[in-house]
Ligand binder design. Structure first.
Ligand SMILES: Nc1ncnc2c1ncn2[C@@H]1O[C@H](COP(=O)(O)OP(=O)(O)OP(=O)(O)O)[C@@H](O)[C@H]1O
Ligand SMILES: [Mg+2]
Length: 457
């Protein structure tokens, strides 16, 4: 069953239940007060009659007094203590036949349902004792059909019935209108989701008003989720196309050298050597590249860092020692205090430092300086080279994936343009910062700001 229909039926059923309950209460109260009023009036009448009968009244006078007080479909009797009827006047013979007279010493009233002329009728009987006197010391009995009550009861029942039906119809209509208002954003969402499922393309829910209710929040959250999905989707396909593009060049080189070897065989030894050399170096490049791709891919996910206290000074000393041995370059480490402690994932920070030093070595030929400092909040790693530098308008791009300032030159140096992108992601994971200052032809300075470990503050 659709939720709109469910809401609609439930609200209507609930409203009907409440209405019927109220109607029953209204009906009972109405009947009770009306009958009480009739009873009071009958007692009042009885009292008046008794007052008006005088001791020296003749039977005819008494009868006419009684007759004067007859209303429609009623009777009035005076009974003696032995139960005998002394006087009786009526305008409804059947009624008199059906109700037996009764002498009372204290006043009482009674309501009866009698069949008179084939119809069920409510009858009210009141009995009042007549105070002792020389002539009369019986009791007075008035019986009357409650015809007014019957007709008023019918009108009330009709009004209550009609208003209940009307309320049910109104409730059904307004319930439908209300549930439509509530359900519109949900239906909107369902349609969008079905669309996404059918086409496989992420799509956002269109928001018509800014109501700030729960449904709007739900739609907003959904849209934000779609935004992120789209972003990831785009990043992923961009990465795949960039990566395959990067792999294409070395593979073309390998293929053309392999063709060359196939055509000329190994006869021309010099050429064969050159071809093998090229194939080997391009294959190594592909190997390195795929390793870097894997690095980037793993960093794109929310990786967990293996945080620990790291002494930046000893870490840099170890890295520099290795690099100096392999590359035979002059790299000097400057620091004022040791240890310089940070909270970091040691392997990842080592990777960032190597990326920066690798760049400094690739894009300069002179000495390289590394500075370790600290301020209130951060430990600072700074690497300074005196090489070719980066043009000012390129600095903002160099953190992008696969971005290289001079494509031709980078090919010579074997870069894939992923180093700084990886470095930036790792710094972001550490809630640190990476800043670059450079002047073309003069050199480059890259600074890492790393949140210091509490132990050094
Ligand atoms: N110290 C530097 N001096 C001059 N140019 C630099 C320096 N560091 C980076 N660049 C420029 O920024 C570009 C991007 O650097 P990045 O480290 O991301 O890639 P790469 O060094 O080309 O390749 P990879 O590091 O992936 O092997 C480089 O191609 C280079 O043009
Ligand atoms: Mg690099």
């Amino acid at each position: 069953m659709r939720i709109t229909l469910k809401i609609n039926l439930l609200t209507t059923a609930w409203m009907l239940f409440i209405l019927i309950l109220i109607n029953i209460v209204v009906f009972i109260l109405f009947m009770r007060t009306t009958v009480n009023m009739e009873k009071d009036m009958a007692f009042q009448k009885a009292g008046d009659i008794i007052k008006n009968i005088r001791t020296n009244d003749t039977p005819d006078q008494i009868k006419s007094e009684l007759k004067d007080n007859l209303t429609e479909d009623s009777y009035i009797r005076i009974l003696q203590p032995d139960g005998r009827i002394l006087y009786e006047v009526t305008n409804e013979k059947e009624l008199v036949k059906k109700v037996k007279g009764k002498f009372v010493k204290t006043q009482e009233s009674e309501r009866k349902l009698l069949v008179i002329e084939g119809e069920e009728k409510q009858v009210l009987i009141v009995r009042v004792p007549i105070p002792n006197g020389p002539l009369l010391n019986g009791s007075l009995e008035i019986g009357e059909e409650l015809t007014g009550l019957e007709s008023r009861k019918d009108i009330l029942l009709w009004i209550l019935g009609v208003s209940t039906v009307l309320a049910a119809i109104l409730s059904l209509l307004s319930g439908r209108w209300l549930s439509n208002i509530i359900m519109r954003p949900i239906s909107n969402m369902i349609n969008t989701m079905e669309d996404i499922e059918r086409s496989g393309v992420p799509k956002k829910i269109s928001l018509h008003n800014d109501s700030k209710d729960e449904l709007q929040t739900l739609a907003n959250t959904f849209n934000r989720m779609i935004d992120r999905l789209e972003d990831n989707f785009e990043k992923q396909s961009q990465f795949v196309s960039d990566a395959s593009h990067e792999l294409k060049t070395p593979l073309t080189v390998i293929k053309s050298y392999a063709n060359l070897l196939r055509r000329h065989g190994l006869e021309d030894k010099e050429m064969a050597d050159e071809a093998l050399q090229a194939i080997h170096s391009e294959a190594t490049r592909i190997q390195k590249m795929t390793e870097t791709f894997l690095d980037v891919a793993s960093l794109e996910k929310e990786v967990e860092l293996d945080m620990d206290v790291v002494n930046l000074v000893t870490l840099c000393q170890a890295i520099l020692k290795q690099l100096k041995e392999v590359y035979k370059r002059e790299i000097t480490l400057h620091y004022e205090q040791s240890p310089l402690l940070i909270m970091a994932d040691e392997l990842k920070i080592k990777q960032v430092i190597i990326i920066l030093l690798d760049n400094a070595m690739k894009y300069s030929n002179e000495k390289i300086d590394v500075f370790l400092e600290k301020n209130d909040m951060n430990a600072i790693f700074r690497v300074k080279d005196y090489g070719i530098g980066i043009p000012g308008d390129e600095i903002e791009n160099i953190f992008e994936r696969f971005y290289r300032v001079d494509k031709a030159r980078s090919r010579e140096t074997g870069g894939s343009g992923l180093g700084l992108h990886i470095a930036k992601r790792i710094m972001k994971l550490h809630k640190g910062e990476i800043k670059i200052k450079s002047k073309e032809g003069e050199g480059t300075e890259v600074e890492l700001l790393l949140p210091a470990s509490l132990e050094i503050v």
